[in-house]
Ligand binder design. Structure first.
Ligand SMILES: NC(=O)c1ccc[n+]([C@@H]2O[C@H](COP(=O)([O-])OP(=O)(O)OC[C@H]3O[C@@H](n4cnc5c(N)ncnc54)[C@H](OP(=O)(O)O)[C@@H]3O)[C@@H](O)[C@H]2O)c1
Length: 299
């Protein structure tokens, strides 16, 4: 397919490489142009402007947050102004329910289609084409996008004809991961303070009770205190919990645990952890137990 990809961050660069590997005709755009070169060497066309990545069958956006998506999509030379009739915008970023709805309406008004396809999996999964993709949109549009999903992921879930449903499932999933990270952080601070080896503790727990990869991955990062480079940076996690709380508010489904997680992530950012992985909230539980946190959080 002739496709554009906008946003070559931790996730988008791996996805772009896999689209090329699968033989798609790919144009790439990134706000910071330095990230284009590696993909051009693999056969991608460099787009100097957003509009140059929008002349194919579909445009994929993999951008940080609502503000980034809005700045690229709307406006004179944005995605909507540049895409052809019937072309499909596939949003793989984790965005708000409200923006998903706004994009659906705006693309429809322009005679285009919008598919929300947020993903589960860290940058390593994106690089290995092992993402899990949750899709919402018109069934015929999803059919057309299927070869692209097959190129970047290991499984696609066709959830709904409403894009915002996919955004909600993604946000709820990140709320659950953050909850796991906080629970692991508290338990590991507890046993660590008692002098129990945290790696051995993790081995016991992930063998006997919690065998899911999420416990192994995040438990390992917490035990190793490996928060740099950030696979998923604290400000992005904070953004997701804020969006979960917004959904909780509008659907009138209280989520007290989400409020606690928002506070944890905000504290992490306020104390200098902006560039750390979200699993660094573990340092807050550790510090509360009397263990000095790792730099840059040490006071
Ligand atoms: N990392 C993960 O584990 C993970 C997993 C699943 C989903 N996600 C979601 O995927 C999305 C991307 O995550 P990521 O980890 O790839 O983030 P990232 O590494 O921070 O990359 C963000 C991308 O957005 C661009 N961007 C940011 N603000 C912009 C603006 N105002 N205008 C234009 N471009 C802008 C950045 O461009 P520059 O290069 O110029 O800064 C970069 O290409 C987020 O919605 C995140 O929640 C992440």
């Amino acid at each position: 397919m002739k496709v554009g990809l906008i946003g070559l961050g931790n996730m988008g660069s791996g996805m772009a490489a896999n689209l090329l590997k699968a033989g798609h005709d790919l144009s790439v755009y990134n706000r910071t142009p330095g990230k284009l070169q590696a993909l051009v060497e693999r056969g991608a066309k460099a787009a100097d402007q957003v509009s140059e990545a929008c002349h194919g069958d579909a445009v994929i956006t993999m951008l940080a947050d609502d503000a980034a998506v809005e700045s690229v999509v709307f406006g004179d030379k944005g995605v909507i102004a540049s895409m052809g009739q019937n072309a499909i915008h596939i949003s793989t970023s984790t965005i708000s329910i409200a923006l998903s709805e706004r994009l659906t309406a705006a693309h429809a008004k322009a005679g285009q289609r919008f598919v929300a396809a947020p993903v589960f999996g860290r940058p390593e999964a994106a690089a290995a084409a092992k993402l899990f993709i949750v899709v919402g949109g018109a069934p015929d549009a999803i059919d057309i996008c299927t070869p692209l999903f097959e190129a970047i992921g290991q499984k696609t879930f066709r959830l709904s004809d409403k894009p915002q449903a996919a955004s909600l499932v993604k946000l709820s999933g990140n709320f659950l991961i953050a909850s796991v990270i906080e629970a692991l952080s508290e338990a590991m601070a507890l046993v660590g303070k008692a002098g129990i080896d945290q790696h051995q503790y993790l081995d016991i727990l992930t063998s006997a009770l919690f065998t899911a990869p999420v416990y192994k991955t995040y438990g390992g990062l917490i035990a190793d205190k490996k928060f740099v480079p950030a696979g998923f940076a604290a400000p992005l996690a904070h953004k997701d919990i804020r969006l979960v709380l917004a959904a909780s508010e509008s659907l009138r489904a209280p989520m007290p645990l989400a409020s606690l997680l928002q506070n944890r992530l905000l504290t992490l950012i306020a104390r200098g952890g902006e560039s750390l992985d979200w699993s660094a909230i573990s340092q807050l539980a550790a510090e509360e137990s009397g263990t000095p946190p790792e730099p840059p959080l040490r006071r």
